[in-house]
Ligand binder design. Sequence first.
Ligand code: CA
Length: 232
Amino acid sequence: MARILVVEDEPAIAELIAMNLRHDGHEVSLAASTDEAGAAVRQTLPDLVVLDWMLPGEPGVALARRWRADARTRDLPIVMLTARADERDLVQGLDAGADDYIGKPFSTAELLARIRALLRRKAPEALDTTLQVGPIRLDPATVRVFVDGAEVRVGPTEFRLLRFLMSYPERVHSRAQLLDRVWGDHVFIEERTVDVHIKRLREALGATGGAALIETVRGAGYRLVRPAPVRA
Ligand code: CA
């Protein structure tokens, strides 16, 4: 399940896309202009944006360019929609930072396939793939976590947090990044909240030794490490 923002001013097209994405299991929000979309992303960072080129006021490419220039939104996956078939537009769209490009009219099956491919590449934590890091296995489909084959109980927030950390093993995430990517909100939730849930997650994994894999990196944040191979 991914949080997807659809930026499209034509209500019929926006609704069609939203309906298909919801049917595919995603959580969808809508914006009808670059202003609305900018405001929505400042509040909640989505996993992916479907961005129409032709919008009232300002074109979608201008917004894509701004997002790419901002550290918080630099890696935001963007699929650009356009009725314009000109190759120069395509180049301009990709230069502005769109990850993929789809021309109108489009088949919804193709749009969904492109979105899934982009999520797999840039936001794997949003897909229902079973994850394994060292002794920890996480199954999004059944919402269960196992350490060395034994199930451990974790709360819903700890589950999302673990899923995110396991999607990017070894990578350090700041508290602000974790709030954005796990909670979807870096403005209205205190960074301390992350520490509380990391502590709960370690406690849940604790009895089994999985807790040691979640490292605090001083002055930087948290990461999940792959355990060192056992030497014979
Ligand atoms: Ca439009």
